[in-house]
Ligand binder design. Sequence first.
Ligand code: GLA
Length: 392
Amino acid sequence: MTVFELKQEFVKVFGGTAEDVRVFTAPGRVNLIGDHTDYNGGYVLPIAISMKTFIACRTTNDGFIRMRATDIDDCVDVDIKHLNDYRDLKWGNYQVGVAYELERRGYEIVGCQMLYHDELPHGAGLSSSAAIEVATALLLATLSNEKRGIKDDINMVEMALCGQGSESNYCGVNCGIMDQFASAMGKKNNAIFLDCEDLSFTYVPINISGYKIVISNTNKKNELANIKYNERKSECDAGFEFLKGAGASSLGKVTPEQFEKLKILMTNDVIRKRTEHVVYECDRVKRSVTALKGGGIFLFGRLMSQSHNSLRDLYEVSSTELDILVEEALKTEGCIGSRMTGGGFGGCTVSIVKEENVEEFIKTVGNNYRERIGCEATFYISDITDGACEIV
Ligand code: GLA
């Protein structure tokens, strides 16, 4: 749907004319490497992708945020004086949570009409919820600043934090900061090398000319993810207790050398495996950044595959479908690295594939996946894009 068409849809739903309708957007993300490290104060390397969430909106003065979506048959009208009362919505609680977080940070929430349009598949691990949160945060903060006559640029890191705050403080999902940060701070043709402990970051140019980033969707929703996510988080917290002797500020900052010296203290095998993943995964992120900066794309590909194996065997968050997609990808000519990306238990893989082999990759991996799993995989070839913005 084009922006023009979205505005026409908005007028059909809310009336009036398209003249005063504005459009905000935020992208989904794919993490190139560094999974289950963000909530351990470690490193990640995500990119913002071409698939996005769009919100058409218009300011009103009736004290309500009125939300509709092009693909969901639900209407949510939120009284801005009672933002705390909408935690149990089937759809819309992420957005209200964002409004709630903004208000806590001193923004004045302004009534408006909003029509959501999503290009991102839901539950596919491409951060459709983070995109919704970040686009909503930018929109509401913009309206708030305009109402108060504040001309400063919106702080996009703060918008990412509002998105994360909505999930953890309002919706009860204890996620890390990676997804919202990537959606808010993405930069065209760059990955974000982010230290999730203090949010310091640098952009890493992704010069992989001749290669494409191919996202393969298992089309299995990551349903177990929430339960297992919290379980993994506490296992990591427990593991860090044994590594405190290293003097690191968080598990993500423990080096492989420190880990090897102290791991003997961990008699619980599960805890040892979880922490081993985090420590070595953070190391792989740092080595990937060095490799990518020096044009070492093949080394990066190998690190991606090691990362997948670690998520499968040590962290145990992969699934048969993800493993088969990775296995089939790596058998295909021109694929130099492949791994599950995001929370796991379903969702997507990311692969780096030589441009001339992409068509064959999609055909072969798709056929073999169908044969082995009995359902279709979906493939997306993504550019690396900028983060959230208003489309003007
Ligand atoms: C989900 C969470 C992120 C991150 C990843 C795993 O996508 O929302 O914060 O923890 O899983 O890397």
